[in-house]
Structure formats: structure tokens, C-alpha cells
Design a binder for this molecule. Sequence first.
Ligand code: NAP
Length: 325
Amino acid sequence: MKAIILERLDKNASLELSETPVPVPGPTEVLIQTKAIGINPVDYKTLEDFTTPTGIRASWAPALDGISPLILGSDIAGVVTAVGSEITKFKVGDEVFGMIRMPGHGRVYAEYVAAPAVHLAKKPNNITFNEAAAATLAAITAWQNLYTHYPVKKGDRVLITAPAGGVGHYAVQMAKERGAYVIGLTSAANADWVRHIGADEIIDYNNFDFEQADSLQLNLVLDSGGRYPASLYEKHFAPGAALFHLPHPLAPTDMAYFQSKGFDVRYTGVFSEEKAIDAIAVLLESGKIKSYVDKVFAFNEMKAALTEMKKGTTKGKIVVEAVSR
Ligand SMILES: NC(=O)c1ccc[n+]([C@@H]2O[C@H](COP(=O)([O-])OP(=O)(O)OC[C@H]3O[C@@H](n4cnc5c(N)ncnc54)[C@H](OP(=O)(O)O)[C@@H]3O)[C@@H](O)[C@H]2O)c1
């Protein structure tokens, strides 16, 4: 089969389209013929560097240490072509989607992927493979933060940073689904689109003085963008507020400071979880959330797709279509 291979976890290693054997699914796995692949900033970050701005080794990197060759990617939609001996959830021919082995070695940039069945849900019939592949890592991140780490309640005031991005656009829709009042912190260029996907209010970060403005009384900040330090939001917290920072781990002293004040401020890391992907399938099927696929690339254009994602200007998601469509 064709796969996009990284020889080793090393920023000097190149990403190459090569031939490699089709994987054999284990007893609790299914084999998927890939139809679409969702890409994420973690993919290009893995290619470039493995330490965060605070000097901490990125949470996903140790899981890739020593593996050679590596097949990057976690987000897949496709068709089941074989099932392991213990599988009852899926059968050959089922259309599925999910985030595979995160954190870990996803092996998704390939024509065929052997994936744990518990990382997958059936693709709803009302969405395309591209829309399903989009609604994986980014959607699970939004879901785990808004439904588990801080279960958003009706009437909560939720601020989402980078609300036009992959995580942000699902988070806006999910927070609305939970009945929150949603504020998007973004640029004027993204304002109309973020309102269109459901935000109640937009704050333009180029025209907002965090220190002078009245307190926004936020119950939750989902900080996907990470443009500003957590300390800038403190004045805007309601009692007991949470701030989840996604781009990289925070300094332990900062977390301890906020904890002493009764705030839950921390980095949260997404992980493959059956109940999350099953819940997302239900939200997609009901139309309560929707994937916005901004750009689509061919399988042999993976490098161009990652370069495009790195620009940070995507509205929603970028998807790469597989070899077999
Ligand atoms: N911890 C986790 O488990 C986890 C999971 C998923 C993603 N992440 C991280 O969360 C971040 C967002 O992921 P994503 O998939 O939503 O990415 P994305 O789709 O590429 O996000 C695009 C948005 O990022 C903002 N942005 C662009 N350049 C930026 C810069 N230099 N600094 C800060 N923000 C910038 C822009 O929004 P504005 O102009 O509105 O700011 C843009 O709309 C990434 O750093 C990603 O690695 C972490």
C-alpha cells in the first residue's frame, strides 16, 4: 500500500510517499481502507520540534520515540475491510471515523490503517467522509474540554480563543449546544464567520484592552489560540472559573497560583476515547454540530496540506483525500 513515511522522529528527517505492507489487524482492531484524513497542528509540530515554548517535551513525543519508520496522522474516515476476532461493534463494509492511538503512533497517513475498534464510531449517513475525517482530533478536543473537564451548563459564559480554527469551530457549536453564552476572541477578519457558526458575541483582540475592560465574568476559557498568558484572563473569571490551555503545558507555578485562588487553570491533552467519538457521531447525525471543511488536498499533496495548515488561517478544517475514493 501507499503510505507517507517519516524515517525517524527527527526534525531533519523528510516525509516521503512510499510503499509499505498492508497492516494486519489485531484481535481488538479493524482494518480500514482510508477515504479521508484530517490533519492537525500536532502533525507539523511533530515534524518540526518536540519541545514546547516552556521547554517541556511535548506530551505526544515520548510515544513516538524510537519508532522507525513512523506513519504520522491520527484522524481517519474510511470503510472497514477486515475485523479482528473479538470485534462485535463493526462488520466489513461499515463506514467509520475516529482518532487513532492519540497520543501515540496513529499510522493514518496510509491507504490502509489497523485501528482499535474503541477509537472508532460509525460514520453518520448524513455526512461525507471528508466531514467525518475532520470531526476527530479537533472535535474530540472540544468535546473532552466542554463535556468532561468542565461540563458546560446552560447560562455559562464561555470564551473560546481561535474560534475559527479546527478546535474552535467545534467548540463554539458544542458550547451553544450546551446552552452557554459563547464569546469568540478573534480578529475582525474572522468575526462574521464565527458569528455565523453560532457565537453570541465577538471580541476583536486587536481592539480589546484586557486590563481596562469590565470583567467578562467567564465560567470557562477554552484557550486554543494561546496568544495571551492565562494571567490576562484572571480579571475576567467568575468565581471557580476554569481555563484550559491547549497549545502547550503551563508552568507548574502558574497552575499552583490559580489553584490557590480557586480557579482550574491547566493544559489538557486530547486522548482517544470511545465515548467521545460515539457522542460526536450523535451530534453530527442530529445536525447539532457540523464540520466546516475549508480546503481539500490529494494524498500526494500532504506536504502542501501541512504547509497550508501552518499558516493558521484555516476556517474549520483541512482534509486530505485518500488514494482510494
Ligand atoms: N492540547 C491538546 O490536546 C490539543 C488538541 C488540539 C489542538 N491543540 C493545539 O491547539 C491549537 C489550535 O489547534 P487547531 O486545530 O484549532 O488549529 P488551527 O485550525 O490551525 O487554528 C487556526 C486558528 O489559530 C489562530 N492562530 C493563527 N496563528 C496563530 C498564532 N501565531 N498564535 C496563536 N493563534 C494563532 C487563528 O485564530 P485567531 O486569529 O482567532 O487567534 C486561527 O484561526 C494548536 O496549537 C494545536 O496544536 C492542542
